[in-house]
Design a protein around this ligand. Structure first.
Ligand code: COA
Length: 152
């Protein structure tokens, strides 16, 4: 059964446990879901992945909260989600898709670049300013937000 990716229905709550895999802050996740459009990836009608497209500036959307359930990591679903987000943003007529990830998120940086994003900037100490708890990943202190972008 192939992965089915669909837009969340109007009053449907996207799976929070998946969204929280990509961001430890419930407040930030709820804000993104409220402002953006959520997409759900299902296998046999069970949600196993999510992403949110967040309008930021005219012609620009940001991809936030891409996540795949841990038991399904490494099967290509994350890449399918990111490529679906690129197509969805283009279908909406957007010119630019942006994404951001921590300096410690080594595999996410690989994934986004494999899906056509290029690094355009670094927001130094973003995670120090916006998160109260220290984030460690791959033995690296997550401090800076790496900003990536692609023209659609
Ligand atoms: N070097 C090179 N390539 C790497 C890599 C590394 N260190 N780590 C991962 N990749 C590549 C994989 O090889 C694959 O590319 P390929 O298909 O060309 O081989 C690609 O990155 C992603 O693999 P995929 O199986 O599609 O990813 P996934 O289904 O495991 O999902 C995440 C990736 C990030 C969505 C998943 O790990 C997740 O949900 N993480 C928790 C939430 C999260 O961190 N979200 C992102 C917030 S910024």
């Amino acid at each position: 059964m192939p992965l089915q990716i669909r837009k969340c229905k109007e009053h449907e709550t996207p799976p929070m446990e998946l969204l929280l895999l990509a961001d430890p802050s419930l407040d930030i996740v709820e804000e993104y879901v409220g402002r953006g459009s959520s997409y759900i990836a299902e296998l046999d009608q069970q949600p196993i992945g999510v992403y949110v497209l967040l309008p930021t500036r005219p012609g620009t959307v940001e991809l936030v909260n891409v996540a795949v359930a841990e038991e399904h990591h490494g099967k290509g679903f994350g890449k399918q989600l990111v490529l679906d987000a690129v197509q969805e943003a283009a279908k909406r007529g957007c010119q630019t898709l942006e994404v951001g990830t921590g300096n410690s998120s080594v595999s996410q940086l690989a994934l986004y670049q494999k899906c056509g994003f290029r690094i355009v900037g670094v927001d130094q100490d973003f995670f120090i300013r916006h998160y109260s708890e220290k984030i460690m990943e791959n033995g690296i202190h997550c401090r800076d937000m790496i900003r990536l972008s692609q023209d659609l």
